[in-house]
Design a protein around this ligand. Structure first.
Ligand code: NAD
Ligand code: AKB
Length: 324
């Protein structure tokens, strides 16, 4: 597909990733060519102020099909989903939203010749997966409902590519750290909350153990990955389920130490949530992303030091601005 002719539908656009990815895609392809949708209304005008926003429930094939036809969409970024912690509280609903939502998107994509971006997750791995340098192809036995739906989603994307020729592309996102929309109920949310509390209270109570290693990624790198894999030459993509991508991995204690370089008195303590700790313990310490680097040139820009400096600087300006 030529980049000039790209017309994009985003589902779940008001979430943590969509709130920023929508704007990045509009900057790249033109405001009029990126249709943002969500189950919720855009009450703050975050996305409707720069382009089309429409309410859309991914559980309705008809609603997806109508928008795709109306705007002649040829690429779908399917972000709508329930994340790991909220999915564990409502597993039946999470199965319904995460699986049937993706199924509906793939069906509409098949009928209307759209490419599909699927955001998979480190959640597709489980306790029997090798934790250090987790390979692209390895044991995948997730134990959370979220992980099960993401793994089945990867397989479904692969199936639609092989059987129907749908141009499916995906990445296994680590925990995403960002400063626009707050995270939607995941196991990695601590790595965002900690920055707000560091600036507002000087201390943070973490729901994961101090030594819990997890892969994380700063939002600019996450958006870069989502855009670059969709623009990559499809001939070079060996994997149509999802690619491991990585940029940094740390524990809560290590992140706190990094924050202390900027806020010396910052204090952290721990009140471990057993549900999220069990999930975190089953996810990789760090992934091997060499397949993404080889196949489509993946290369992140931010490490923990650059991300921490930028997060604190952006949030500090916002908090100071609000106080004026
Ligand atoms: P989020 O929870 O912040 O946002 C999800 C959005 O989907 C919400 O705005 C919600 O209103 C919407 N939604 C829920 N049900 C819907 C439905 N039936 N129809 C339409 N919209 C619906 O999630 P996010 O963090 O922005 O994540 C986006 C995608 O990326 C998800 O698929 C998630 O699994 C994946 N991902 C996120 C992370 C992360 O750290 N944020 C990491 C790995 C993968
Ligand atoms: C979650 O914690 O559920 C998400 C993810 C890593 O998929 N942030």
């Amino acid at each position: 597909m030529s980049d000039k002719g790209r017309t994009i539908l985003i589902t779940g656009a008001l979430g943590q990733i969509g709130s920023e990815l929508t704007i990045a895609l509009r900057d790249r392809y033109g405001n009029e060519n990126v249709i943002a949708t969500d189950l919720r209304e855009d009450e703050e005008g975050r996305l409707s102020s720069s382009g089309t926003f429409s309410k859309l429930d991914v559980l309705s094939t008809e609603e997806i099909d109508t928008i795709v036809k109306k705007f002649r969409v040829n690429a779908i970024y399917h972000l709508a989903a329930m994340l790991s912690a909220v999915a564990e509280k409502a597993p039946e609903k999470a199965w319904h939203v995460n699986m049937n939502g993706l199924f509906n998107v793939l069906e509409v994509a098949r009928e209307n010749d759209c490419s599909v971006f699927f955001p998979s997750s480190i959640g597709v791995f489980g306790p029997s997966t090798p934790m250090d340098g987790t390979p692209q192809v390895t044991i995948q036995r997730p134990e959370s409902m979220y992980g099960i739906t993401k793994l089945a989603g990867e397989l479904l994307c692969n199936y639609y590519h092989d059987k129907y020729g749908v141009d499916t592309r995906g990445v296994r996102f680590p925990g995403i750290i960002s400063n626009v929309a707050r995270p939607g109920g995941g196991t990695t949310d601590y790595a965002v909350e900690i920055f707000y509390d560091a600036l507002e209270k000087g201390r943070y109570t973490c729901f994961l153990r101090s030594d819990t290693y997890l892969d994380m990624m700063y939002m600019p790198d996450a958006m870069k990955a989502a855009i670059e894999i969709m623009e990559a030459d499809g001939e070079h993509l060996r994997f149509r389920n999802a690619y491991n991508i990585a940029s940094m991995s740390f524990t809560p204690e290590e992140l706190a130490a990094e924050i202390r370089k900027h806020i010396p008195g910052f204090a952290i303590d721990y009140e471990v949530d057993p549900v999220r700790q069990k999930i975190a313990d089953s996810w990789p310490n760090y992934m091997d992303d060499s397949a993404a680097r080889e196949d489509w040139g993946w290369k992140p820009d931010y490490d923990i030091a650059a991300m921490t400096e930028d997060m604190l600087s952006v949030l500090r300006k916002r908090i100071d601005g609000d106080a004026d």
